[in-house]
Structures are given as structure tokens and as C-alpha cells.
Design a protein around this ligand. Structure first.
Ligand SMILES: C[S@@+](CC[C@H](N)C(=O)[O-])C[C@H]1O[C@@H](n2cnc3c(N)ncnc32)[C@H](O)[C@@H]1O
Length: 482
């Protein structure tokens, strides 16, 4: 897709003309970036160029080659590695993040798992939170378990939180949190499980003792041999493709057959998807390691979890401002940030059709088609006349080489919104490719007419970083060609 050039600050990186990633210009810098990417797995060139270069310069003290040699010989626990890790990783987290996951844990996963364990008279549960940042996620799991298991003392419970960032693990171990960590919980949650201390609220000892902590790199060997449940949420989002593949392998290997994997809501398994059993709950794909061979590759569309005792939200995101933030992030090529805004928005407004449509678009961009389809289904169930959703449906059909259905979906988009210029442009292109030039010209002329309503620098859609002027130029070129 054509991307609009934007002014960027001088970073020591330059954009490769044929790709969307940034390449370091100096050999020593390239080596440092490569080393960091190899060790931590982060996709630095694409996301962190602005933070990475000043930090490397500071640590290097004028000799980058020396720094690289030091880093090569040091473990990730060293002060220099930890300085890099603290700066380059994103530790955003909060209690009960992605509430749907905790509802599913309580209503679907734990009932199934504990029933089976009781049957086998093996009352033990092993849960790993990989990339747990400052610990809100493992503590939320421990609280859910405590609420669910009425005979908790009779169980052997292991909940292990790991993160590569030593400072985050120390904070988790301390268990003292500021109000910001409670932004998606009700007041009752904090009162029940925390005690006020200077500097915040401290987790109560009966929950604290359920969780253990370890500073660990997810690219190394798994810290536990066999897990019933793994949370690895909002970690893969930041990793390079080969690191993702390596982590997915570890996650699969570390789960027991029948074990469950929860990824972030905007994440999806990318490699060897066919070996997983995918459960699509509305808005929340969850993966299970198959118990039996026949379950591998199965996709089950599950009914919505009933949000029994949903906790009130202390302050509400403004619905439209959160949506607009997500759109801006998409239009400026910050897909992960967009996904985060959308997940937060859906946590509060699960029936927000346009947010589901945008998440479908983001999943489709990552080739996570079942997840994209699930969000698309949700979008269209809440708003059957949403033109963007029909447009995304067309793109999914094209992804599967189903041009006839793509045409139908684009016609549906134009039926819902005659001025949906992306649909008119794409349908025109399909018609032109099929040799139907009069129809193509008509569609492109319609698109040009619809563009008149926009200023030249307006984006043509929530789903695109193309401006009205850019699309108009494309349309003119196509009309001249054909
Ligand atoms: C956005 S936080 C996610 C926290 C929590 N899982 C959640 O969803 O709320 C991502 C965490 O992944 C950690 N991380 C990144 N690369 C890692 C690696 N190679 N090994 C272990 N943790 C890593 C970061 O330090 C950061 O704390």
C-alpha cells in the first residue's frame, strides 16, 4: 500500500526504500541493533528507533564498538542490558486487563480444568504469566483463582510471573500499586485484596503468597516444565518474526495436552496454527493444545461468556475519543497502539461495531484470518449496515482468492454507503481486471465525485493512511489508463 512520507527526526536510521522497516546507517549501530534484537527478540528497527539511538550513544560514551563487545559478553541481568531493556520494552499493564479473559477463565477454563483434575484426584494447577511486567496480571489470576476455588487450601497452586525486566519483577514482588493500575477495576476489588500503604495499595499476603516471580527471557528455555494455562499477553506484539516463531514453539511445548493459551486481544498465533485448537469467543480468540489428534486445527465459535458480576469501571474512556485515537494510530502506521486503544474501548463498550471492524482490519493485516473473521462477525452483528465492515469482508475474500464474494461484499459496502470511496476504488479495480472497463470507469468516477466532499489532506477512511489527494491522483491515473 502506498504510504505517505512524513517528516521524522534524525535518528541514525534510514527507511529502506522497499520496506516499512528502518535500517541503521552506521555499521556499529547496525551491530548493536542486531544484538539487541537477537537477545530480547524485540523488533527494534521498526518501533524503537527514536529511543534506541540516544540510549546506545549514552551507554557507549563515544565508543559504540566497545559497548557492543561488552553487551555480547554480558548476561541480560547486567546493568547495561537492563538499562536497554527498561527503555526499549513497554511495561503497560493493569489489573483485570481484557476483562473477557478473566470472565472466560472463571466461567469456562477453570471449570473444565478443575473438574478434570478433581476426577483424576490431582488437585494441582500450574499457570505461567510470561512477560508479566509489574505483576498486575499474575495477581489478577491469583485473585480469580481464590474467588473460584472454594477449597483452595486443598490445591497445589503454582502461578509464576516472569519478565525480562528485572525492575518490573522487583515491583511485582513488592506488590505495591498506584491508582492507575486499578483503572479497569471497581472500588470493591481494591478494598478486598489490597491494604493502603504509603505510596499506594499493597496486595494482601494471602494473594501474594500464591504467586512467585522470576526474571527470565522468554527466548530462553521455559521456566516450568508443564503448564495448564499460559498467559502471554501483549508480548508477541513487540517481537520480531523469528522470535515470535521461537516463543510460539516454547508455548506449545510447555503446555500440557488440553492446556490453554491466552494471548493479547490483538495478537494471534502466526506459525503452525493448524496444530492448535482455536476457540473464538466474541472478540477473544483463545488457543488450546489439542487433547486428541482430531482437535488440531479445529476452530470452534463459542457462545458469549455471560458477564455475571462485571465490576464497574471507575472512570469511563470517552467512547469517541478512544476510537479517534485508534484511527489516528492506524493512519500513522502505529498498529500496536491502535490495537491497544481498541481493546481498551471494547473492554468498556463490547458492542462498539466500528471498533470490532478496525480490530478485524488489524488482524487481517497480520494474516490472522479466523480472529479477523470473529471481529468482523461481531461488527456486522452489531451494525449490519457498517460499510467499513463489508469492505474488510471483501479484503478477507480476496485474501482467500474468492473474487466473486469480494465483489458482492464491495457492492454491499456501497449499498450501505454510496460514498465509500475505498470500496468504489477496489470494486473498480476488480472490474477492470475482469475486463469490464465501463463498469470500472463508472465506479472510479463515482469515487472521484465522493472525494469532492473531503479536503485534499483528509484521510479517505478510518482504515487507510491514504489522503483524498493521493486517492484522487490514483483514480485519475486509472481513468487515463483504461
Ligand atoms: C505490554 S507488557 C504486557 C504485560 C501483561 N502481560 C499484560 O498484558 O498486561 C509486555 C512485557 O513483555 C516483556 N518482554 C518483552 N520482551 C521480553 C522477553 N524477551 N522476555 C521476557 N519478557 C519480555 C516486557 O518487559 C514487558 O514487561
Amino acid at each position: 500500500m502506498y504510504r505517505i512520507p512524513r517528516a521524522r527526526r534524525e535518528t541514525g536510521f534510514t527507511r529502506h526504500p522497499m520496506s516499512s522497516t528502518w535500517q541503521p546507517r552506521h555499521p556499529a549501530l547496525a551491530k548493536a541493533v542486531q544484538l539487541i534484537e537477537q537477545r530480547i527478540g524485540l523488533n527494534i528497527a521498526a518501533h524503537f528507533q527514536a529511543e534506541c539511538v540516544p540510549l546506545l550513544e549514552r551507554l557507549a560514551g563515544g565508543n559504540l564498538a566497545h559497548l557492543v563487545r561488552r553487551l555480547e559478553s554480558q548476561p541480560e541481568s547486567s546493568a547495561e542490558w537492563q538499562a536497554l531493556i527498561s527503555t526499549l520494552t513497554i511495561g503497560e499493564t493493569y489489573f483485570l486487563r481484557d476483562k473477557d479473559h478473566f470472565t472466560l477463565l472463571r466461567q469456562t477454563i477453570l471449570p473444565a480444568l478443575t473438574l478434570e483434575k478433581r476426577r483424576q484426584q490431582r488437585k494441582e494447577l500450574v499457570i505461567w504469566c510470561a512477560g508479566c511486567a509489574s505483576g498486575e496480571e499474575p495477581y489478577s489470576v491469583a485473585i480469580t483463582l481464590q474467588e473460584f476455588l472454594t477449597d483452595l487450601p486443598a490445591w497445589s497452586i503454582t502461578i509464576l510471573g516472569t519478565d525480562i525486566n528485572g525492575r518490573a519483577i522487583e515491583a511485582a514482588r513488592k506488590g505495591v500499586y498506584r491508582q492507575w493500575s486499578f483503572r479497569h477495576t471497581g472500588i470493591g476489588f481494591e478494598k478486598r485484596y489490597f491494604t493502603a500503604v504509603s505510596g499506594g495499595a499493597m496486595i494482601k499476603p494471602e494473594i501474594q503468597k500464591l504467586v512467585s516471580w522470576q526474571r527470565a527471557n522468554i527466548l530462553a528455555a521455559a521456566p516450568l516444565p508443564a503448564c495448564d494455562i499460559i498467559f502471554c499477553r501483549n508480548v508477541l506484539l513487540y517481537l520480531k518474526k523469528d522470535s515470535i516463531q521461537q516463543v510460539e514453539e516454547t508455548l506449545f511445548r510447555t503446555l500440557v495436552p488440553g492446556g490453554w493459551l491466552l494471548l493479547g486481544q490483538a495478537e494471534a498465533i502466526r506459525f503452525q496454527r493448524e496444530r492448535w485448537h482455536l476457540h473464538i469467543f466474541p472478540g477473544t480468540p483463545i488457543y488450546q493444545k489439542p487433547l486428541a489428534a482430531g482437535e488440531a486445527g479445529r476452530i470452534d465459535y463459542e457462545p458469549p461468556a455471560t458477564h455475571g458480576q462485571s465490576t464497574p469501571v471507575p472512570f469511563a474512556l470517552t467512547r469517541e475519543s478512544a476510537y479517534i485515537d485508534a484511527v489516528r494510530a492506524i493512519q500513522t502506521d502505529r498498529q500496536e497502539e491502535a490495537a491497544r486503544h481498541l481493546m481498551d474501548l471494547l473492554a468498556q463498550y463490547p458492542a462498539h461495531a466500528r471498533a470490532h471492524a478496525l480490530l478485524a482490519f488489524l488482524f487481517a493485516g497480520r494474516q490472522a484470518l479466523p480472529e479477523a473473521q470473529a471481529h468482523l462477525d461481531a461488527a456486522l452483528s452489531y451494525d449490519p449496515l457498517l460499510a467499513d465492515a463489508h469492505y474488510i469482508r471483501a479484503m478477507l475474500h480476496l485474501e482467500q482468492h474468492n473474487t466473486a464474494s469480494a465483489r458482492e461484499a464491495l457492492r454491499a459496502a456501497l449499498y450501505c454507503d454510496r460514498g465509500h470511496v475505498m470500496s468504489a476504488y477496489l470494486l473498480g479495480s476488480l472490474q477492470a481486471a475482469a475486463g469490464n472497463l465501463p463498469d470500472a470507469s463508472r465506479l472510479w468516477r463515482n469515487a472521484r465525485r465522493a472525494l469532492i466532499a473531503l479536503a485534499p489532506h483528509d484521510y479517505v477512511s478510518d482504515l487507510s493512511d491514504m489522503t483524498a489527494a493521493t486517492l484522487d491522483a490514483l483514480l485519475v491515473a486509472r481513468l487515463d489508463e483504461d
